[in-house]
Structure formats: structure tokens, C-alpha cells
Design a protein around this ligand. Structure first.
Ligand code: ACO
Length: 427
């Protein structure tokens, strides 16, 4: 028999069905709560609210489990490449070799960006943050690709998906090239997706492009680890914007803005800035631990804590190991890696952090790897966006295929009651 939840308000009982997921997660379906009982639920920050049913990513924060379409993040990070993972997230199954080759060929076919877009990029000052530029350029893509996607046509849906996967790395690379005063370029069809991205970012005029395999492997792994994370702030934004039937590019552009904030994707930049600050201050990690615990001090240990993981972040484990390997392989000796390890050790033994279940998240170590790969700090969140793109696409596609209604939360009003309007002279 299916489960039922009973809510009692003012002595009257109301019953609601309990929905169960494939991993036995349970949610009370309160669709009829307001109509039947005249109340709504209040849940600031949606800490206990499921906004959808989704078959893409499974996350168990208590046990530190993360799976894309049923495959563990550990196995994907070890065995798959980023484009395979993108296909898996978006279409639900790992691609055959033929499907993967076609997917990549179609992406390459759609990677050209309208020349006029360069004028838009030209209008930004060099000092602009790459995330602001990237979100604006992604939004501007709509002007050059105006037809809205007929989501009932699998072909149109596919076309929109390969278009954004093709053009987005070009835009991301251009934001960096603009900052570095380098000529805008395109990729090389003979290279893989991630190597192509790297080439577009770092190729120098007049010099032949060469990169170590270790660099591409590390980048590929980082992108996989960031590829989806169920209903986080930016993904919920993508689904919310898309739920009004705004197009894919508009929804992704909104997702980039949400990701920019230091409490979300911007944390990887904030972590490196924090570690640098600690280093310059003499490296006294205890002093900064005390600041993080002081409620009068706004300082937080960036890269620590997670809304969902309350045991450990499985991505952080993979990344910590990867940071050691990559820095070793590239022969980079970065003192902030030692500061990071010191902070982690202290925090894991500190009662404040233990009580609040605060552990290093994916971004505590990712910035150290990005830096070793020669990626400038301001580009860290752009790298996150590049990784998260397949997840946003998959979630947008699922939301549209499931014909989700427009997202429109309610509120409990706490403002003034009805008041008489007073003319300006009488106020
Ligand atoms: N340093 C010090 N204290 C912290 C930290 C931190 N990094 N994170 C949480 N706390 C404390 C809070 O002050 C609060 O303490 P209190 O109960 O005494 O008031 C308690 O832990 C709970 O914190 P909340 O902010 O309520 O937890 P929430 O789940 O809302 O926030 C978040 C999660 C935003 C990630 C938070 O831990 C944080 O700000 N971390 C630093 C930023 C960061 O690393 N963000 C990246 C997230 S991962 C990602 O986006 C990929």
C-alpha cells in the first residue's frame, strides 16, 4: 500500500500521498495542501523542498554518494571522458562509439560563432570579470540564433544542444583571450573536445600549440566532477527560467549568473584568494580558523561546507588525490597546497566544524589544480561553467520533456496591512 502523510491543522486532518524515488527517497506531495487546508509550506532556501522528480543525478549527502544516471562519480572520473559523460547526462545512456563520434562531429559542425559577436565582446572593458562577459555573450547568442526550440521535435532539441556545446567553449576561451589581449581564434577539428578548449584558451599567435597529456587528463577529470549536481542554485535557476519556455541559451545564461556567486561556483576563486591571503599573512592557519568560527566576523572558510554533503564530498576526495598527482607530474611546488592541507586537517579535528558537519567541498582543491594548469584565478568559475554545461542542458531537457509547469513559489506576506495613501505634502 502506498504511504500517506497526515497533517493536522486546528484539529482537522489532511492526507497527502508520499512519493518514493528509486533510491527510496521520500517526498510528501503537497500539491493540494493550499486548496484543501488553506496553508502553504515555508522553507527558506528550499532546504527540505523537492522541486521536481529527476532521473539524472543521485546524491546522498549523508553517505557521500554521487552518481550520474546510476554510474558512480568515482568510476566516471576514472574511466570516462568528459564528452561521454555529457552524452550520458543529457541522453541517459553511455554512447556507443558511433553515437559518440557523431555527437562530437555535430558539435564541431556547430562550433562557429557569428563574427558580429566579436563586436559585442569588443565593447567590454578588459577589466570585466569573465563570468559577466560569458553570461552576456551566451545571452547574445540568442540574437544570432533566434528560432525557439520546438521541444516536441527530437531533431530540433538535438540541434540546440549541439549548438550550445559547440559555441560555449569558444565563448569561454574568448573571454580569456580578451583579458590577455590575444587574437580571437577557433579550435582544431583534429583535437578532442577538452584539448580543443585548451588550445583555444592558450594558443599563442605564431607559435605551434603543444600541451602535456597530463594537463588535458586533469582538466577532463575536473570537468566531469563538475558536470552535474542535481538541484543546486544554478541548475534550479536554469530549470526555473526554462519553465517559462524561455529558450535553452537564455536559461543557460541565467545559470551562469547564478553560478558566479561566491557561495556557489565563485567559491573556487574565493578559496585561492583566501589561501593566498593566509600565505601573505604569514601562514597562521589557526588565526583564520578562529576568524571562521567568530560569529562577529563575516569571514568563512571558503571551500568548506555544503548544503547537501554532511559527511564528505566524494568529489573533494577525488580532487585532493588529483591535486597531489597533477602537481607532482607537472613539477609544480605550490605552497598554498600545504596551507590547504593544514587547514583541512585542523578543521576536521575542530569541534565547531565537526558539530556543523563542515567538510571540504569540491572547490577546496580544484583552484589549486587550475592554477597548476596555468589557468588564471578569474577563469576558475568559467571552468566550472564549462563543466556544468552538460548538467544544465540535461536538466533543462528533462524539465521540458516532462512538461513541467512554470516555476512560481508562494510566500508568507509580512509587510504592512492596508494603508491610506497620503499626498506627498502630507507625508
Ligand atoms: N566557514 C565557517 N562556518 C561555516 C561555513 C564556513 N565555510 N559554512 C557554514 N558555516 C556555519 C554557519 O555559520 C552556520 O553556523 P551556525 O549554525 O552556528 O549559525 C552553520 O555552519 C550552517 O551554515 P549554513 O550557511 O546555514 O549552511 P548552508 O547549508 O545554508 O550553506 C554553504 C552551505 C553556502 C556552502 C556554506 O557552507 C558556505 O558558505 N560555505 C563556504 C562557501 C563555499 O565553499 N561554497 C561552495 C559550495 S559548493 C559549490 O557550489 C560547488
Amino acid at each position: 500500500m502506498s504511504k500517506v502523510a497526515t497533517i493536522e491543522i486546528d484539529g482537522k486532518k489532511y492526507e497527502f500521498p508520499v512519493v518514493e524515488g528509486t533510491e527510496n527517497e521520500q517526498g510528501i506531495d503537497i500539491k493540494k495542501l493550499r486548496a484543501e487546508a488553506g496553508v502553504i509550506t515555508l522553507d527558506r532556501g528550499y532546504k527540505n523542498t523537492g522541486s521536481c522528480e529527476s532521473a539524472i543525478t543521485f546524491l546522498n549527502g549523508e553517505e557521500g554518494i554521487l552518481r550520474y544516471r546510476g554510474y558512480s562519480i568515482e568510476s566516471l572520473a576514472e574511466k570516462a571522458d568528459f564528452l561521454e559523460v555529457a552524452y550520458l547526462l543529457i541522453f541517459g545512456e553511455l554512447p556507443t562509439k558511433t553515437q559518440l563520434d557523431k555527437f562530437y562531429a555535430d558539435i564541431k559542425e556547430e562550433s562557429a560563432v557569428d563574427e558580429e559577436m566579436k563586436k559585442i565582446l569588443d565593447g567590454f572593458p578588459k577589466s570585466a570579470h569573465p563570468m559577466g562577459v560569458l553570461s552576456s555573450l551566451t545571452s547574445a547568442l540568442i540574437a544570432f540564433n533566434p528560432s525557439s526550440v520546438n521541444v516536441d521535435s527530437e531533431e530540433e532539441m538535438y540541434k540546440a544542444i549541439v549548438k550550445i556545446l559547440g559555441k560555449f567553449p569558444v565563448l569561454a576561451a574568448w573571454t580569456l583571450r580578451k583579458k590577455n589581449s590575444l587574437p580571437l581564434n577557433y579550435g582544431d577539428d583534429s583535437l578532442g573536445y577538452v584539448e580543443n578548449l585548451h588550445k583555444m584558451m592558450f594558443e599563442k599567435p605564431g607559435k605551434s600549440y603543444k600541451v602535456d597529456k597530463e594537463v588535458i587528463d586533469a582538466l577532463d577529470k575536473l570537468l566531469i566532477l563538475h558536470a552535474d549536481h542535481e538541484q543546486n542554485c544554478s541548475t534550479s535557476t536554469v530549470r526555473m527560467v526554462g519553465s517559462s519556455h524561455a529558450g535553452l541559451f537564455a536559461s543557460i545564461s541565467a545559470g551562469i549568473s547564478a553560478l558566479w556567486g561566491p557561495l556557489h561556483g565563485g567559491a573556487n576563486q574565493a578559496v585561492i584568494e583566501m589561501l593566498e591571503r593566509i600565505k601573505e599573512d604569514g601562514g597562521d592557519t589557526k588565526k583564520f580558523m578562529a576568524k571562521a568560527k567568530d560569529k562577529e566576523d563575516p569571514f568563512r572558510l571558503m571551500g568548506f561546507g555544503h548544503r547537501v554533503y554532511k559527511n564528505f564530498d566524494p568529489r573533494a576526495k577525488i580532487i585532493k588525490k588529483s591535486a597531489d598527482e597533477v602537481l607532482g607530474q607537472l613539477g609544480v611546488d605550490d605552497p598554498v597546497l600545504d596551507i590547504a592541507k593544514g587547514l583541512e586537517k585542523e578543521a576536521l579535528e575542530d569541534q565547531y566544524f565537526v558539530d556543523r558537519k563542515l567538510y571540504p567541498n569540491v572547490d577546496f582543491y580544484s583552484g589549486i589544480i587550475y592554477r597548476a594548469l596555468g589557468i588564471p584565478v578569474e577563469m576558475f568559475t568559467v571552468m566550472f561553467a564549462l563543466g556544468r554545461l552538460p548538467g544544465w542542458i540535461a536538466q533543462w531537457r528533462e524539465m521540458r520533456l516532462m512538461k513541467e509547469p512554470i516555476g512560481r513559489p508562494r510566500q508568507i506576506y509580512t509587510g504592512a496591512n492596508l494603508r491610506e495613501f497620503k499626498e506627498v505634502e502630507k507625508r
